[in-house]
Design a protein around this ligand. Structure first.
Ligand SMILES: Nc1ncnc2c1ncn2[C@@H]1O[C@H](COP(=O)(O)OP(=O)(O)OP(=O)(O)O)[C@@H](O)[C@H]1O
Length: 586
């Protein structure tokens, strides 16, 4: 060989060696694990990264271990198929695919293989990209997506997302079912509301400028109330990509609110009515009287009207007990229900049960039809038991049972009836003494005696007489109503009124129709006022005023003296003179 030819070959060998070193270095130092696979599956070369991935050294692998040794069982068949296909026709097998490789410790990695044949050989070069972590992330995301999808699909409200130009991106199942439409049926206003143009209430602009808007709307499609929250859905750079709208049916809540509002308005109205009726405390729901005693009664009536509890009105005959019972009923929530008064003293004992509980046709001789009892008649309203002290013991038990919520059975009836009623009882008797004497059951007494109201006799509130006279005369259409004869009035003040307001009413009736005034003469009192001197008359008046004021101040002398504008010693002197004692005033 010529010297220059030899030199030429030496140069070429040198260059080839340099190139080989260069490529080997690239191969060795590549960050991607790379292997060279021969046609008999032997791995002829690996780089350092493969050692890390598979846990074997170069010396252990190169030329000694088959490639298939690392492939998991499930992927073996596919790998072998690709291997052979590629060697027959390099384009026949995919150049990129996933498989799972197992390392020395038995750990399985998800690997993305990128593979190529070395031209003109049966050798292939494969780059192995470990995608285990990425695959795990994708798997988690998929799971989450499935969870969210399930939540969204099971959400009973309506949910949709749309683009800025109203194109829908998503609608949930209930919304699709409501409209019978789907994503492709048109823009959101068409699909959700059946409109041809964007809705006038649409929050598109606010949402796409990044705002969340919450409103409550009456839906024009189904006329139900919805809580509507519209939120922007942003991309990573913060740009609003979609508008999401969630609609939750709040019709029930709205209705409840409405009911509460109208109830509050009603209460307010009622309150105002009560307040205005309180302003004029000379009269109160048909009851006339301005005395401190009657002011106390008015307060108790209001208390009783506000509660549904049983009431006992106590007081002598003719003091206005029924009037008070009616006022309580009329001011209570039961005012639209019936007010059923019954005079218990007027019902014969053997008829008590049928009167209260009613009877069925044929229950006894003469029972030709069914008859409702007083309890059933009072349902939804108030049963006023006047003269409650006259109810016999046996009947008290039965009534108590019915009132305690156990219901009752009409005579000859089979089924139990329970009614919703309020009891207001009245009596002129001393109920405590009746209980002590065994004439009233204690449990019956306690059942009724929840709100007691005491009506004082007229002789203890004489300051009401002139007002009552005026009231009755005007009710009788008498022209004298502006004032009666002073002598008559004085007689009225002197008289003790054992029959109370009823008696006053009757006396006035006679006075108006017959022109006579025939008050029965009381032994202690003298109606012959015209025979008295002015001094006597003034003394009488003074005594009356002292007595009234002492009562108002519950016998407290200091307060009485203050109220009358006199000093205490003068008051005591006058009390001695008029023989007024502590007992008279308490
Ligand atoms: N304060 C009052 N203002 C106006 N009228 C009154 C007043 N008190 C009683 N009356 C009238 O007197 C009459 C008797 O009243 P009521 O029947 O309410 O009394 P009572 O206490 O229930 O009597 P009894 O115990 O006899 O049944 C009725 O006509 C009633 O309108």
């Amino acid at each position: 060989m010529q010297e220059n030819q030899r030199e030429h070959w030496r140069d070429r060998v040198e260059k080839a060696e340099t190139d080989a070193r260069f490529y080997r270095m690239i191969f060795e130092k590549s960050t991607a694990p790379t292997i060279v696979i021969e046609s008999d599956y032997t791995i002829s070369r690996i780089n350092e990264r493969v050692e890390e991935l598979l846990g074997y050294s170069k010396e252990e692998i190169e030329g000694k271990i088959e490639w298939l040794r690392f492939v998991v069982k499930e992927d073996l068949e596919r790998m072998m198929r690709y291997h052979h296909m590629r060697r027959k026709d390099p384009g026949a097998a995919p150049g990129e695919y996933e498989c799972r490789l197992m390392n020395r410790e038995g750990q399985v990695h998800d690997i993305l293989i990128k593979l190529d044949m070395i031209r003109g050989t049966t050798t292939s070069v494969a780059t192995l990209v470990n995608v285990t972590a990425e695959k795990a992330v994708v798997k988690t995301l998929r799971q989450r997506e499935a969870e969210f999808r399930a939540i969204v699909e099971h959400f009973t409200g309506f949910l949709y997302t749309c683009h800025k130009d109203y194109r829908l991106a998503y609608i949930n199942r209930p919304l699709g079912e409501r409209t019978g439409m789907n994503l492709d049926s048109g823009p959101c206003f068409k699909v959700v509301y059946g409109r041809e143009d964007p809705c006038p209430w649409c929050e598109n602009q606010e949402t796409f400028s990044g705002k969340t808007v919450e409103t409550e709307r009456l839906d024009p499609v189904d006329e139900r109330w919805y809580n509507v929250i519209t939120t922007p859905i942003c991309g990573e750079d913060g740009e609003v990509l979609l508008r999401q709208t969630v609609m939750v049916d709040i019709t029930d809540r709205k209705m409840a609110e409405e009911r509460m509002r109208s109830r509050a308005a009603l209460l307010m109205e009622e309150n105002q009515r009560l307040k205005s009726s309180l302003k004029d405390r000379y009269r109160f729901h048909g009851i006339v009287g301005k005395s401190p005693e009657m002011q106390g009664v008015y307060d108790r009536i209001l208390q009783a009207a506000g509660s549904g509890a049983a009431v006992v009105i106590r007081g002598e005959s003719g003091t206005g007990k029924e009037l008070v019972a009616k006022a309580i009923h009329g001011l209570s929530q039961r005012k639209n229900g019936p007010f059923v008064p019954v005079n218990c003293g007027a019902i014969p004992e053997n008829l008590m049960e049928s009167e209260f509980f009613g009877y069925k046709k044929g229950a006894f001789t003469g029972a030709d039809t069914d008859k409702k009892g007083l309890l059933e008649m009072s349902s939804g309203g108030t049963l006023f038991l006047d003269e409650v002290g006259e109810i016999p013991l046996s009947m008290q038990v039965k009534l108590l049972r019915a009132l305690e919520g156990n219901g009752f059975r009409p005579l000859g009836g089979r089924e139990h009836i329970s009614t919703d009623l309020r009891i207001i009882a009245a009596t002129h008797r001393n109920m405590e003494a009746m209980v002590a004497e065994g004439r009233m059951r204690q449990d019956f007494f306690y059942r009724l005696h929840i709100i007691p109201i005491y009506l004082p006799p007229l002789r203890e509130r004489k300051s009401d007489i002139s007002l009552l006279v005026e009231h009755f005369l005007s009710a009788m259409g008498d022209e004298l109503s502006s004032g009666v004869d002073a002598r008559v009035m004085e007689a009225f003040f002197r008289y003790p009124w054992p029959g109370n307001v009823r008696e006053l009413q009757n006396v006035l009736q006679r006075y108006v129709t017959l022109g006579t005034l025939d008050l029965p003469v009381s032994s202690a009192e003298d109606t012959n006022v015209s025979d008295r001197t002015l001094k006597d008359r003034l003394d009488l008046y003074e005594r009356e005023v002292l007595l009234e004021t002492l009562k108002q101040c519950e016998g407290h002398r200091g307060h009485t003296a203050d109220l009358l504008g006199i000093d205490r010693r003068t008051l005591e002197r006058k009390m001695n003179r008029f023989k007024l004692r502590e007992n008279d005033t308490a």
